[in-house]
Ligand binder design. Structure first.
Ligand SMILES: Cc1cc2nc3c(=O)[nH]c(=O)nc-3n(C[C@H](O)[C@H](O)[C@H](O)COP(=O)(O)OP(=O)(O)OC[C@H]3O[C@@H](n4cnc5c(N)ncnc54)[C@H](O)[C@@H]3O)c2cc1C
Length: 381
């Protein structure tokens, strides 16, 4: 028999979505617990490329967790002699290791009064006057639950959601290389679009090693490891000093059956909010964590209004952006011949626009759609 505890909100998962939701809830004095199956700090499979707009959304400084900053990025295609590059006067990409980054965010929520219950996995949910959460150690009760337990967490399924997200496989290696290779490759954050068909490879320099990976945007069974090894050759890496492999999935298609029900709010990967074009998930995890936290905080006594507020907030920017990105992804990954034909002429412009979007200088759903409509003289889109 376990100890029973009652909370206003229990956030399941201590990634960026959960930490920031807890931060927003604790900020207004609600009694919040973060339930985490691991003990922090814990490794999380991720390239750790935090784009500027995600970093800017954070209510706190994460400088202490940033290992490198890049105010430029490079996108390579096999059939082009030079990469497309974008340069800004701020860090387009900040490189973090997720154990440190996530832990820092959780610590900030804890400073505001959130309580971290680590080493405890959610196993079962029961719905009554309150929501009961069963872990291996305890039964906890809460008025609301924020599901922030990532792509493979059980909360959404336990609360009755079907699997409607689009999940793609990605393989990531933490790689040590000799000092010459590190010196050469740590000058830029690079993406290699032809490293794998219907996907891309990335090489993200960290303080003392490289995070190198390949992601596949098609629901196919292929040997990602073979493409990773070929990608090492493309990067000119002949030997490594260490290699740690981590395979995982990324949800690049949001759920189709809503984002809240019965007091449970889905955020981040649990909701399927990674970007369909780039698979960048940190920004929308942070953003949805903020929106869920604020919606619950503002309408705490009226769950229906809180749910409506969350849906309306998501519709304002996040969901239209995901839809737009999905269309772009279909063209980019599934019509490679047309894409490669257009790249020499429009690639640099596309690189600039996407950089503006991912740094928050352009809001895809509004600015870009307006411009496209104007160009097409088409209003019914
Ligand atoms: C290979 C790879 C590379 C990526 N690279 C990038 C990148 O460079 N930039 C980027 O923006 N995005 C990247 N992403 C996506 C990004 O990692 C995710 O979108 C992001 O981590 C989602 O955050 P989250 O808070 O929703 O969930 P997570 O960060 O996954 O956190 C979920 C938490 O829930 C906990 N949990 C799970 N089950 C339970 C349970 N039963 N009970 C309690 N706790 C539980 C987990 O232990 C974990 O701590 C990458 C993903 C992959 C797989």
């Amino acid at each position: 028999m376990g100890v029973e505890q009652t909370w206003d909100v229990i956030v399941v998962g201590s990634g960026p979505a959960g930490a920031i939701a807890a931060y927003e809830l604790a900020k207004v004095g609600l009694k919040v617990a973060i339930l985490e199956k691991e003990t922090l700090p814990r490794y999380k499979t991720c390239g750790g490329g935090l784009v500027f707009r995600g970093r800017e959304m954070l209510p706190i400084s994460v400088q202490d967790a940033v290992e490198k900053e890049f105010d430029s990025l490079a996108v390579y295609f096999d059939n082009l002699p030079q990469p497309f590059t974008a340069q800004r006067n701020f860090p387009i990409l900040s490189m973090v290791m997720r154990d440190q980054f996530d832990h820092l965010l959780v610590q900030e929520a804890v400073k505001l009064g959130a309580v971290l219950l680590e080493g405890q996995a959610l196993q079962q949910l029961e719905f009554g006057d309150k929501i009961s959460l069963h872990t291996q150690k305890k039964v906890l009760h809460a008025r609301y639950v924020v599901a922030a337990d990532g792509v493979l967490g059980p909360t959404a399924k336990l609360a009755g959601w079907k699997e409607t997200r689009k999940l793609i496989p990605a393989l990531e290696y933490e790689v040590g290389v000799n000092s010459e290779d590190f010196e050469r490759l740590s000058k830029e954050a690079r993406f290699d679009i032809d490293a794998i068909p219907q996907g891309y490879g990335w090489c993200f320099p960290k303080a003392n090693h490289l995070s190198i990976g390949v992601g596949l945007f098609a629901p196919k069974k292929i040997q990602l490891r073979t493409y990773y090894q070929a990608y090492l050759q493309k990067l000119g890496i002949q030997e490594t000093t260490f290699e740690e492999a981590h395979g995982f999935q990324i949800p690049v298609g949001a759920r189709k059956d809503g984002f809240s029900r019965r007091g449970v709010f889905l955020t981040g990967d649990s909701a399927g909010f990674a970007d369909p074009l780039t698979a960048e998930g940190l920004t929308n995890s942070i953003y949805s964590g903020i929106l869920a936290g604020q919606s619950i905080a503002q309408q705490f006594d009226q769950p229906e209004l809180a749910a409506n507020a969350y849906q309306a907030a998501l519709e304002e920017r996040l969901l239209p952006e995901l839809r737009f990105s999905e269309v772009m992804a279909r063209f980019f990954y599934f019509m490679p011949a047309a894409r490669n034909l257009l790249m020499p002429r429009y690639g640099q412009r596309a690189c600039e626009i996407l950089t503006d979007v991912f740094t928050g200088q352009t809001v895809l759903s509004q600015d870009l759609k307006k411009k496209a409509l104007k160009k097409l003289k088409w209003t019914n889109w």
